[in-house]
Design a protein around this ligand. Structure first.
Ligand code: PHE
Length: 374
């Protein structure tokens, strides 16, 4: 009897200590299998006297019951624990907040183009486009820059080594001014357009990239004069920089396609080492009012030869035009220092200076944007 009791104690302890289903199975075979210790005891029942069977036999049956129950319980326990562990490992907490996701952003150049379209739409200007691969008639000749003109050499033009069907040299447009010609040829007069887009010159340093962006403005109508030009530029720049504190200077200049021509400078102040548009030279001497004139754009009254080249009568139609660097506008407005970084495609730069796609510039809501991060 003590043998049975101590075997039970031992077996139950072993079963409790088994820590995986395979160990439980090994114990089961060792106790209840054909050669098992409990099975061996059961085999002794046949040789027992009825009295022995009453006492010892009962104990052996109880032992077998206890051991099978313990094995089944331990097996279930271990299987449940294994399932729990697996479930815990595969758990997904659907209530956790979604991880941050970079959604892509609007490049400052695109942002400024959108702002320009919005500002000029309010002044009645449509947006026009033209090809970046141009011919030398649209890019130069029709703009009163004949073959021998020194301005052609000044443009550092990228030429293709082929001509179009009409024997015109093909090139990457050096400015957006050929869109003036294309617009007048296509639609006649009157005209009120801006033409933003890519332009190309073989020039590369800290402030020049071989590809850059310009916006062209063109107004053709009857009785247009320099006053219209000046008002339009002032209105545009005040809306763009969102301040009335803009002081402009029209400086006589020369472009073959405008006569008279003027370069437009704006006064800037130096704030924390940075140039910021605003103020005027009348605010005080340099020591207390550090600042200067910054060239913003080229402009003028469209040359009668250009109007005639585009098929209109210059006696009837006059107009003004201007051309302005978009990258420069973006740098000034959004405090970006390095032009070359605009076109590196560095994701960190794009995240930092990019604008939310949902933050569309509108005159009513504000043409500038606070940026993606804000
Ligand atoms: N096309 C000129 C440039 O690229 C700018 C300009 C445009 C000047 C229209 C006058 C009128 O420098």
């Amino acid at each position: 009897m003590t043998d049975i009791a101590s075997l039970q104690t031992q077996l139950l302890a072993d079963i409790a200590a088994a820590n995986d289903p395979a160990a439980v199975e090994t114990l089961r075979v060792a106790a209840l299998g054909k050669q098992g210790s409990v099975s061996a005891l059961l085999k002794t029942l046949g040789a027992m006297t009825p009295e022995q069977r009453q006492s010892e036999g009962r104990a052996i049956h109880d032992l077998r019951e206890a051991v099978s129950a313990a094995l089944a319980a331990r097996k279930a326990e271990l299987e449940n624990a294994a399932l729990d562990a697996q479930l815990a490992g595969e758990r997904l907490d659907m209530s956790l907040p979604a991880p941050p996701r970079h959604e892509g952003s609007i490049h400052p150049v695109s942002q400024v183009m959108d702002e320009l379209a919005e500002i000029f739409a309010d002044l009645g200007f449509a947006v026009a486009t033209g090809p970046e691969i141009e011919d030398d008639w649209h890019n130069f000749t029709a703009l009163n820059i004949p073959e021998t003109h020194p301005a052609r050499a000044m443009h550092d033009t990228f030429y293709f080594d082929r001509e179009d069907g009409e024997g015109r040299k093909m090139l990457l447009r050096t400015h957006t001014s050929p869109v003036q010609i294309r617009k007048m040829v296509a639609d006649g007069a009157p005209v009120r357009i801006i033409a933003p887009g890519r332009t190309y010159r073989s020039d590369s340093d800290a402030t020049h990239t071989p590809m850059f962006h310009q916006v062209e403005g063109l107004v053709i109508d009857r009785g247009i004069h320099m006053g219209h030009l000046k008002w339009t530029l002032e209105t545009f720049l005040k809306a763009f920089f969102e301040t009335d504190d803009i002081h402009l200077r029209l400086r006589p200049s020369y472009f073959p396609f405008t006569e008279p021509s003027a370069e437009v400078d704006a006064w800037y102040r130096v704030e924390k080492g940075r140039r910021v548009l605003g103020g005027s030279p009348d605010d005080g001497p340099q020591e207390t009012n550090p600042g200067g004139w910054m060239e913003l754009l080229g402009s003028g009254m469209v040359h009668p030869k250009v109007i005639a080249a585009a098929g209109l009568d210059p006696e009837e139609w006059q107009g003004f035009a201007f051309g302005c660097g978009i990258d420069r506008l973006a740098m000034l407005k959004y405090g970006i220092d390095d032009l070359r970084a605009f076109f590196d495609g560095d994701l960190r730069w794009l995240k930092h200076y990019g604008f939310s796609a949902l933050d569309v510039p509108t005159l009513s809501g504000g043409v500038s944007s606070s940026g993606v991060g804000a």
